[in-house]
Design a protein around this ligand. Structure first.
Ligand code: PRX
Length: 587
């Protein structure tokens, strides 16, 4: 608990607080290269829109402490919705628009929202991605049914309105043009939001964030890590469905009195200069993206990076997945700007490791996200003995000594036991927060991240649980068993690859039949979890490598897929199983 006994409001700090000093300055800049809409909202205009949205929420019966699930594309209304929730003390839970009905249903079931806010569709690469049928299916699958669904109609796809449940945002907004909705003061420790993230089990965990600790952590990080000043513009290319979107598209920049850009579109459409064109146009001073985006740009004509005036830009921050040295070197050189890697998690809400140039200038070492950030007592722990590793360059589990600093998760929504057992009891004999990442520290105190200790994979900076993907694939009637592993990929960092044992293998006996079945199973994953979770390949085998006690040897499968030595296999039940995997990937 941080700042217990205090009262505050996140929306007040992000919006209202700035009205007197910078009411007419840009607060939110919405840019969609998909619909060719670009619109800037000043703090005053944002204040008005958020109050309209808050009035609608109240009209629809949303009260302090109620959950509101937001399943929306990257549009300004999504920002209004998040801020409107915290304004009235409601707890939002944003679900990434790339997730499909089953993934959405499990989150509805867990968060039990009073209201869901959604839109007819998103757009990606010029294609309409309809949302509404996925939402309807998710509500059908969930045992919890929200009383109302508020729909933003962009005129892109059919709405299929459900009588008595679905409400039209434009109509209700019109009725509330001038409604005043004051901020509801909440306890410092009042939950501001729940954000689901993947872990070891198939069931996603609802990371619960507080209010005051989060506001303080973000405000401080703006100054000490990102070096963003009030009146400047922040551009984070993430999505509001992920933690980077929460902290550094919406709350961090706005709390810091900065304008924030919400971008719907690809980094290479209409051409690979689009982001830098926006940097020039809006005088962006801080930019935040993921290493995969940098690798995508690396494949394009490099002249796009020097075509625009980037003099306002202080640095490009990259996070979410390992930043490889060649990519960091390339983009740093091409932009002629500092590249700052930073390491953190949905759970922490802001960086655990970074170079804090706003505190003390320090050189960057490519390949390392820097040193432990103030507030995090980071230690490397030997997995088998539970002892701290003090020797340089020796691998251990990255752990944090409690208490976690302000801004980090309070608990797992509705499951304190799971919070304690997952995060604070996983390292041998230690009551320490586990990041579930491996790391090493060099002689100068710089950390290097070596991948997850659990079954989480990282595809293009998107955190996915292999167990969730396995559960989805297993729902196909012909799948007896399946193992999903993350395999190193040049562009995306990792991709998911599945190995499935079929009940009736004759269905996939020819190459053509196997391909057909692979496509069918991929469609199952698309429909249930979303294309974001779709494996790059599904290969069919007759047996999976397991220990004699029946545990799947995922690490060995992964090693074989990456052409590495599979390690100690003395406990393996049937060595031929691994040979099959080997044959299927070299084939
Ligand atoms: O494995 C680490 C990896 O991403 C995980 C957290 O993902 P998520 O909850 O989506 O939060 C992302 C916030 C930026 C971590 O456990 N990861 C994140 N940043 C880095 C990283 N791996 C290497 N280098 C990083 N900078």
């Amino acid at each position: 608990r941080w700042f217990a006994g205090g009262q505050t409001n996140l929306c007040h700090n992000a919006v209202d607080r700035h009205l007197a000093t910078r009411g007419d300055q840009n607060a939110l800049i919405f840019v969609s290269t998909e619909t060719n809409i670009e619109k800037a909202y000043s703090f005053k205009e944002l204040h008005a829109e958020v109050q309209r949205m808050a009035a609608i929420l109240k009209d629809l019966g949303v009260k302090k402490g109620d959950r509101v699930l937001i399943y929306m594309p990257m549009i300004a209304e999504a920002c209004f919705a998040m801020l409107a929730c915290v304004r009235i003390g409601a707890i939002h839970s944003v679900v990434f628009g790339g997730f499909a009905s089953h993934a959405l249903a499990s989150r509805i079931e867990d968060a039990t929202p009073t209201l869901i806010i959604s839109a007819d569709a998103g757009m990606r690469g010029g294609k309409v991605v309809p949302y509404k049928h996925l939402l309807d299916e998710a509500i059908r699958l969930s045992s919890h049914k929200p009383a109302n669904v508020l729909m933003v109609n962009r005129g892109l796809a059919d709405l299929h309105p459900v009588e008595g449940r679905d409400q039209d945002y434009a109509t209700l907004r019109q009725a509330n043009m001038d409604t005043v909705v004051p901020c509801e003061w909440v306890d410092s420790t009042h939950p501001s939001y729940i954000l689901y993230t993947s872990g070891t089990t198939g069931k996603p965990k609802g990371v619960q964030r507080d209010t005051a600790g989060y506001a303080v952590a973000l405000a401080a990080s703006m100054k000490h890590i990102y070096m963003g000043n009030p009146g400047e513009t922040y551009f984070s290319t993430s999505d509001i469905g992920w933690v980077v979107g929460h902290s550094y598209i919406i709350y961090g920049p706005l709390i810091g009195g900065m304008a924030t850009i919400m971008y719907e579109g690809l980094p290479i459409r209409p051409d690979a200069g689009i982001w830098w064109q926006l940097v020039e146009k809006y005088k962006v001073s801080v930019m935040f993206s993921a290493p995969t985006a940098a690798r995508v740009l690396k494949k394009q004509d490099p002249s796009y990076l020097t075509k625009y005036d980037l003099s306002s830009l202080k640095a490009l921050f990259l996070a979410g997945e390992p930043l490889d040295v060649p990519t960091a070197t390339w983009i740093g050189g091409a932009l002629n700007k500092p590249i700052i890697d930073n390491y953190w998690q949905t759970e922490t809400g802001w960086p655990i490791m970074a170079i804090c140039n706003g505190v003390e200038q320090a050189p960057t070492k490519f390949g390392s996200p820097g040193k432990a950030v103030y507030g995090f007592d980071v230690q490397l722990i030997d997995e088998t003995t539970g002892e701290e590793i003090t020797e340089a360059n020796k691998k251990g589990v990255i752990a944090v000594n409690g208490p976690l600093p302000p801004g980090c998760l309070q608990t797992v929504w509705g499951d304190d036991k799971r919070y304690v057992s997952t995060y604070w009891s996983s390292i041998h004999n230690k009551v320490m927060y586990s990041t579930f990442d491996w790391g090493v520290k060099d002689e100068d105190g710089y950390f290097f991240i070596l991948g997850r200790t659990d079954d989480v994979i990282n595809v293009a900076g998107h955190r996915l649980g292999t167990r969730e993907i396995e559960e989805s694939i297993s729902s196909h009637s012909n799948v007896a068993e399946v193992a999903v592993v993350g395999v190193a990929d040049q562009l995306k960092g990792q991709v998911a690859v599945a190995f499935a044992v079929l009940k009736d293998p004759s269905v996939a006996s020819t190459e053509a039949d196997a391909q057909k079945l692979e496509a069918v199973i991929m469609k199952v994953v698309d429909d249930q979890l979303g294309a974001v979770a779709r494996p790059a390949r599904i290969r069919f085998v007759t047996v999976l490598p397991k220990t004699r006690s029946g545990k799947l040897l995922r690490r060995a499968i992964q090693a074989v897929c990456e052409g590495r030595d599979a390690g100690d296999l003395t406990t393996m039940e049937d060595p031929a199983a691994l040979q099959q995997i080997k044959d299927s990937v070299t084939h």
